[in-house]
Design a protein around this ligand. Structure first.
Ligand code: GLU
Ligand code: ZN
Length: 284
């Protein structure tokens, strides 16, 4: 089986050292295995994606010496694939429409405990306001759609599991129990109005359709992986092997963010740094 991995940045800002680490690591691992490294453009959130950032992604990665096969997949060109997966989940009675605003969710999530709402890998754990007792029928509405997590977990015949070859955050591993998922993840949004599919759904479908065997990405996505594995199981897709790597931090120990222009690759390049300097800076 060919080792296939990918780097899937969102074109919402400049790539920084953390992206360089992730991309070079994935590229090196693919080359070491005689495999393939794909670049994908995660532009599902069209309100934030910009063509200029996408162009800069190509420039930065070429400058680093990375290569990838054409065509580069763009999520904005794959919406019908996400739609048909949503339709399948809807037909199985696993989705429900949700009309809550963020403020509604925050208020409802905080109320019963009179405390801070519980945060999971998809944001505040959904308090269940719109969840129906029986699966909704009829045509799939064009609203936000959430996965009824308890119902979804109940259709699985074996426990959720993924193989991790990187680092698990303290106290965690690739196993997860239904109870934990219901309490700590909740009914994740798989479609939002104006955004067709959520990050979780689109990335899972892209990985499956591109036959990705190894997902190499930052540890910040470790907790979201259980959602991805659940979606793979519901959609009948294989679960790749995951490798979550440590995050590159600044001198103060803070993780780099997109707006951190000071550490953008373009800034280093303009200052005369070379690709080998960048490798050395991220420890590769
Ligand atoms: N676009 C996502 C990000 O930049 C990709 C995450 C993933 O590799 O699954 O965080
Ligand atoms: Zn709702």
């Amino acid at each position: 089986m060919t080792f296939r991995t990918r780097f899937a940045p969102s074109p919402t800002g400049p790539l920084h050292l953390g992206h360089a680490y992730s991309a070079i690591l994935a590229h090196d691992m693919a080359m070491a295995e005689g495999g393939v490294f794909h670049l994908r453009i995660d532009d599902i959130d069209q309100s934030r994606a910009r063509r200029e950032w996408e162009t800069q992604i190509y420039d930065d990665l070429h400058w680093l010496g990375l290569t990838w096969p054409d065509p580069v997949w763009r999520q904005s060109e794959r919406l019908e694939h996400y739609r048909s997966a949503l339709q399948a989940l809807w037909d199985h009675g696993l989705l429900f429409p949700c009309t809550c605003s963020r403020a509604d969710i925050r208020a409802a999530a905080a109320a019963p405990h009179e405390g801070a709402p519980l945060h999971g890998p998809d944001g505040i754990v959904y308090p269940g306001t719109c969840r129906p007792d029986t699966p909704p029928r009829g045509p799939m509405p064009d609203t936000a759609l959430r996965l009824d997590i308890a119902r979804a977990l109940a259709v699985l015949d074996t426990p959720l599991y993924f193989k991790e070859t990187g680092r698990c955050p303290d106290g965690l591993n690739g196993n997860t129990t239904p109870k934990d998922m219901i309490q700590r993840v909740g009914d994740v949004a798989l479609a939002r109005p104006g955004m067709s599919a959520s990050y979780h759904l689109s990335i899972v479908i892209d990985d499956a359709d591109q036959n990705i065997t190894h997902v190499i990405r930052g540890q910040d996505l470790f907790a979201a992986t259980q959602i991805h594995v659940l979606l793979q199981r519901l959609l009948g897709s294989p679960t790749p092997i995951y490798h979550h790597h440590h995050l590159i931090r600044d001198e103060a120990g803070k993780r780099l963010a997109k707006r951190d222009d000071a550490r953008s690759l373009a800034t280093y390049r303009d200052a005369g740094k070379t690709p080998s300097d960048i490798r050395a800076m991220v420890g590769l």
